[in-house]
Design a protein around this ligand. Structure first.
Ligand SMILES: [Zn+2]
Ligand SMILES: [Zn+2]
Length: 239
């Protein structure tokens, strides 16, 4: 059960044309600045556009542009950015988690990701944490008994300060999570504007968490969306 990734041609072409246009306008401004002695600001403005346009194009070639792959579960299109990078994402239609770079396949239950990509909606009311047979709450990465630490929400959009988003009073910006002495990054609080969710590195733990809390469905905010948004905002600032 594997599906192939292909370039999202329409979207990719638009972005490419945009970046090339920006670069060419930059070149024209630099040439005009030289011919007409516009001075520093002409070179500065032209150079800025050249770097934004052609630099953006180089980045897109390196990391891959917009792409699409059918969900290995239901065939609905999974759309994403950074076609050349490994990714783990959830299908919006059937909820299946899949992973891969050039092909997408279902995520095995024992997968531990490098980042807290496995997102779950926050339970309404009190959060229950998976425990061992003795009733002790365990670490999200191993099965050792855990202690609780307070973590803050990850909100790259807000961190970059590029947007002023309305904050709803119900938004959770910090939470107590179980950790052991070795694993501090197994659980993350994902926040974007007024939406929040929990992200886990361990797929197995995510399944346990959802089971004990009775939560299902898709989180309103996911790690990959936050990541795309933060990159997009970073790139957007050069434009
Ligand atoms: Zn699907
Ligand atoms: Zn641990």
């Amino acid at each position: 059960m594997e599906s192939s990734v292909r370039t999202d041609t329409a979207k990719d072409r638009k972005v490419t044309i945009y970046l090339v246009t920006v670069g060419i306008i930059g070149v024209i401004i630099i040439v005009a600045a030289a011919l007409r002695s516009w001075g520093y600001w002409g070179y500065f403005g032209g150079g800025f556009l050249v770097v934004s346009g052609f630099g953006g194009l180089l980045g897109k070639m390196k990391e891959g542009g917009f792409a699409v792959a059918p969900c290995p579960g239901c065939g609905a299109p999974l759309k994403f950015q950074f076609a050349k990078q490994a990714r783990i994402l959830q299908c919006a239609s059937c909820g299946l988690w899949s992973e891969g770079t050039e092909t997408m396949a279902p995520v095995p239950d024992e997968r531990v990701a490098d980042f807290p990509v496995f997102s779950s909606p926050l339970p309404e009311g009190e959060v229950r944490w998976p425990a061992n047979d003795a009733g002790e709450v365990v670490c999200s990465m191993c099965d050792r008994p855990a202690r609780f630490i307070k973590i803050e929400g990850m909100d790259p959009v807000r961190a970059l300060g590029s947007m002023v988003l309305p904050v709803s009073v119900s938004t959770v910006h910090s939470i107590m999570v179980p950790v052991c002495d070795e694993h501090h990054d197994g659980v993350a609080l994902l926040v974007s504007g007024s939406q929040s969710a929990l992200g886990f590195r361990s797929r197995a733990y995510q399944l346990r968490f959802c089971a004990v809390n009775g939560v299902m469905g898709m989180a309103e905010v996911s790690f990959s969306v936050l990541r795309q948004r933060s990159k997009g905002v970073t790139e957007g600032r050069h434009r």
